[in-house]
Design a protein. Structure first.
Ligand code: NDP
Length: 503
């Protein structure tokens, strides 16, 4: 290694200097090639293994390093050390992504965007792994794989299929809120710098007295929201597939560092029991009026990774990675992701993925996990590999213990219909977004985008799927439903009739 560094001479992976990097070792000038040309074999073999499994979701992404700075005192809610002083700075790595496309897909596809941030805190790495929308398509992780299949390729045609997508959404009315946001201009953000990020799930915060509150996190872009219209997004797809990657990279290279203001909503445990909706339902937001946003800090991205694969492709975020003072909640989707994200990384990157430079905690990591493929650290050296033992100095600090949480309920495969009033209302929140938040122009664009997208439904079940989805739009807002029906050349009265039959 030191010779390589000193000499800059070409070497094999094992460090042997070599001379011939263009011509294989052959019998005479015209070949054949000798088996002993190990260097040729090494070059080809390594090349064959360059690709690692693509992420099943969020495969196409961009990332950068930066800093998080505390701007408001939230210590009454959390003892997390990264928040314990105004002005305190913590190094971060953020990765943005599309969701459904493959690694080479276009950045401007209509799709939610992943918004994941790793905070390298002194108490361990905290990963806030959300999207650019505050809600999601499903509220139970058992549905996740089925839902994602509908966003990927049809098993027969190997093409994306609006029929699969709308079939699924129309059969899962809980998707409506997220579908509305997806179909709005925010479904095609103008790069990654001009969109908000949301932790989306409900998390806990615990203060120094171990008192719990529930929180939701929001990253508000300081660059302002900017979206592409459907037409602009489609044009950009043919002009520059990597638009968002280029935009983020070049802005940081120019010294224009994008910033986001981190804010949060707080709900007490008592309030969580009284609100007339399930505060742990990922298809619902907490109204800003009832739970106002409070400032937390500012994230600035100011350093591009030197090597995309090393840091962006190998980055691995997991909602399970929280730190002292931040905890989980009963949010079912969060609970599912706690297990599935680390599991996905172990498959994609290997057992020791947390030792890769971008994922490694820069502070002490002490435990008895040993060995496994591609172990990169000292593997515990000579120290014992079992607990308890009489030899090492590793100790447990009781001050980090989490308080108990009283759930007081029975175990069952709970159906939503058994839940409290409000949990099955999939229409009020999208209705509020459409009627009260969107401008007239956003409303018009959203309706046109829905007409365009539903226009892609084909096949023998076309009418059923369209009618079923139109019923959901009508329940949300009659004018919305009528305009979509009209745009699809469907008789509104026929849909109304069908609505009666569909209860
Ligand atoms: P508010 O008017 O207080 O908040 C509305 C929020 O909607 C703002 O955060 C705004 O984000 C965001 N927004 C504006 N236009 C769009 C759009 N086209 N697509 C998605 N989000 C948009 O109302 P409420 O808190 O009572 O919520 C009303 C509805 O707004 C909700 O049902 C939900 O659909 C949507 N919403 C609510 C959020 C929340 O956490 N309360 C967060 C995001 C959406 P910005 O400030 O960046 O413009």
């Amino acid at each position: 290694m030191s010779d390589q560094k000193k000499n800059n001479k070409l070497t094999t992976a094992s460090g042997r200097f070599y001379v011939e990097n263009d011509n294989s070792k052959t019998v005479g000038p015209r070949g054949p090639i000798l088996l002993e040309d190990y260097i040729l074999h090494e070059k080809m073999a390594h090349f064959n293994r360059e690709r690692i499994p693509e992420r099943v979701v969020h495969a196409k992404g961009s990332g950068a390093f930066g800093t998080f700075t505390v701007t408001n005192d939230i210590t009454k809610f959390t003892k997390a050390k990264l928040f314990n002083k105004l002005g305190k700075k913590t190094k971060v790595f953020a990765r943005f992504s599309t969701v459904g496309g493959e690694k080479g897909s276009a950045d401007t596809e209509r799709d939610p965007r992943g918004f994941a941030v790793k905070f390298y805190t002194e108490d361990g790495n905290w990963d806030l792994v959300g999207n650019n929308t505050p809600v999601f398509f499903v509220k139970d992780p058992k549905k996740f794989g089925d839902f994602i299949h509908t966003q990927k390729r049809d098993p027969y045609t190997n093409c994306k299929s609006p029929t699969m997508m709308w079939d699924y959404w129309s059969l899962n009315p809980e998707s409506l809120h997220q579908v509305l946001i997806l179909m709005s201009d925010r479904g095609t953000p103008d790069g990654y710098r001009h969109m908000n990020g949301y932790g989306s799930h409900t998390f806990s915060m615990l203060n120094a007295r171990n008192e719990r509150v529930y929180v939701k996190f929001h990253f508000k872009t300081a660059q302002g929201i900017k979206n592409l219209t459907d037409k602009e997004a489609a044009e950009m797809k043919s002009r520059d597939m990597d638009y968002s990657q280029r935009d983020l990279l070049e802005s940081i290279d120019r010294g224009e560092f994008p910033k986001w203001n981190l804010k949060m909503q707080v709900m007490t445990v008592e309030e969580s029991k009284k609100v007339d909706f399930n505060p742990f339902d990922l298809t619902k937001i907490w109204s800003h009026g009832d739970f106002p946003l409070m400032d937390v800090g500012v994230m600035e991205l100011n350093q591009n990774p030197d090597n995309y694969f090393r840091d962006v492709e190998q980055s691995a975020f997991a909602p399970a990675h929280v730190v002292d003072g931040i905890g989980y909640s009963p949010d079912k989707m969060l609970q599912g992701r706690l297990l599935s994200y680390p599991d996905a990384h172990r498959y994609r990157l290997g057992t020791n993925y947390e030792q890769l430079p971008v994922n490694a905690c820069p502070y002490a990591v002490n435990n008895y996990q040993r060995d496994g493929s591609v172990r990169m650290d000292t593997n515990g050296g000579k120290a014992p590999n079992y607990w308890p033992n009489s030899f090492d100095q590793i100790e447990i600090d009781e001050s980090y213990s989490e308080p108990s949480e009283d759930l007081g309920d029975s175990i069952s495969d709970w159906y939503d219909r058994n839940s409290k009033i409000g949990d099955n209302d999939h229409y009020s929140q999208p209705r509020a977004l459409f009627r009260d938040v969107m401008t007239k122009e956003e409303q018009d664009n959203t309706i046109n985008n829905v007409i365009g997208a539903m226009g892609g439904i084909t096949g023998p079940k076309k009418k059923d799927i369209i009618y079923r989805q139109l019923c959901h739009w009508f329940r949300m807002d009659e004018e919305f439903g009528s305009r979509v029906a009209k745009g699809l050349n469907i008789d509104v009265n026929a849909v109304m009739g069908a609505m009666g039959e569909m209860h």
